[in-house]
Ligand binder design. Structure first.
Ligand SMILES: [Zn+2]
Length: 109
């Protein structure tokens, strides 16, 4: 097999697969010796996807939260796991950006 990006040679290697900076574990891959691109067998891709699903379902899944009234404003509780994941702390200033009538994005930093 040759790298499909730069046609360089590849070697087998166990690599750590990260998603949003979070490790999903180590998986066998073919890694290009020139550009470093990683290629996975389809059954490995299935395993990675299963791991990813697991993480999202049990760790960082979209969580339900209730809107509370604080003074004249509405407050949304951000689940601990999500706050830790994005490194959000109490008193930190963030931007609240409405994207549509169904979506609000919180911009951090
Ligand atoms: Zn390459």
């Amino acid at each position: 097999m040759k790298c499909i990006i730069c046609i360089g040679g590849v070697h087998e290697k166990v690599v750590e697969y990260k998603e949003f900076g979070v490790s999903l574990g180590k998986f066998p891959a073919k890694v290009c010796v020139s550009c470093g691109e990683e290629f996975f067998e389809s059954e490995t891709v299935d395993k990675i996807q299963a791991k990813s699903k697991e993480k999202w379902l049990f760790g960082l899944a979209a969580k339900r939260t209730k809107v509370a009234l604080v003074g004249n404003s509405l407050a949304v509780r951000i689940p601990k796991e999500i706050a830790e994941f994005v490194g959000l702390h109490k008193e930190e200033e963030i931007r609240v950006v409405p994207r549509s009538q169904h979506e609000i994005v919180l911009e951090i930093g």
